[in-house]
Design a binder for this molecule. Structure first.
Ligand SMILES: *[C@@H]1O[C@H](CO)[C@@H](O)[C@H](O)[C@H]1NC(C)=O
Ligand SMILES: [Zn+2]
Length: 230
């Protein structure tokens, strides 16, 4: 059965008739049903819940994180495909533009609220499907930082997520870069949304300068100074 989500960002209620409606299919396949992690997926998370949160997350990414209320700004995807697969070395991986593999071994071993942790992971992995990466020119650690920023904004930062001011460089990646992006958002409203838009076709570190009036190294120094206790 196909689960289609119709997403309509409604920032401009008065112009609603001009909106086109975007539709993305969500496919979820448990290829590890005969493993402990695959069984735990079916018992504690399940395909219906996964498809449901994929719609919620898709909506959150387009409407809130990237502010892409116009479908022509969105990365065009027909579907996002999730596979529960037995592999080691990561909790999840995104691949092939719109696909996500979740490790059944990770699901098996996780101690705590698995459904919550899975949801948090899905915020990160789904961002990869929808974000612009400068056609491959955006530094991979900034790409990872934006994926963790989505998680942070959604209230799904896991225990151990970096605190504001932590980290060694702006492009350290993941939670460290996510906290730095949160700081950039304080300086320039919708910073991450605009940065993502700028990265549609290319990346230049000067985008930071262009948006804030300061080079990224200076921004990082001022960020660290603000939270010098770390
Ligand atoms: C993800 O899982 C699918 C389905 O088993 C497999 O075909 C694909 O190669 C995997 N991708 C990666 C990057 O491991
Ligand atoms: Zn990632």
């Amino acid at each position: 059965m196909t689960y289609k989500s119709f997403i309509l960002c409604t920032f401009l209620a008065f112009s609603i008739s001009f909106h086109e409606i975007s539709a993305v299919d969500y496919f979820v396949t448990n290829e590890a049903t005969n493993t402990p992690g695959g069984l735990r997926f079916d018992k504690e998370i399940g395909v219906p819940y996964t498809k449901q949160i994929m719609g919620t997350i898709n909506d959150f990414i387009w409407c809130t994180v990237f502010q892409q209320n116009n479908p022509s700004d969105q990365k065009p995807l027909d579907s996002v495909d999730v596979y529960i697969v037995e592999f080691e070395g990561a909790e999840g991986i995104s691949w092939g533009n719109n696909k996500i593999n979740i490790s059944s071994i990770f699901l098996q071993g996780y101690e705590g609220d698995l459904k919550w942790e899975f949801t948090s992971l899905m915020y990160h992995e789904m961002t990869h499907a929808f974000q612009w990466d400068g056609e491959g020119h955006t530094p991979s650690m900034l790409v990872e930082g934006i994926a963790d920023y989505t998680k942070l904004k959604a209230g799904y930062a896991q225990e151990g997520f970096a605190k504001p001011g932590q980290g060694d460089s702006w492009d350290q990646g993941y939670d460290f870069t996510a906290r730095f992006l949160e700081y950039c958002d304080e300086l320039v409203p919708e910073f991450v949304a605009i940065l993502n838009k700028l990265m549609r076709f290319d990346f230049d570190v000067k985008y930071f300068d262009y948006l804030t009036g300061k080079p990224v190294d200076q921004l990082w120094m001022e960020y660290k100074a603000k939270y010098e206790q770390y």
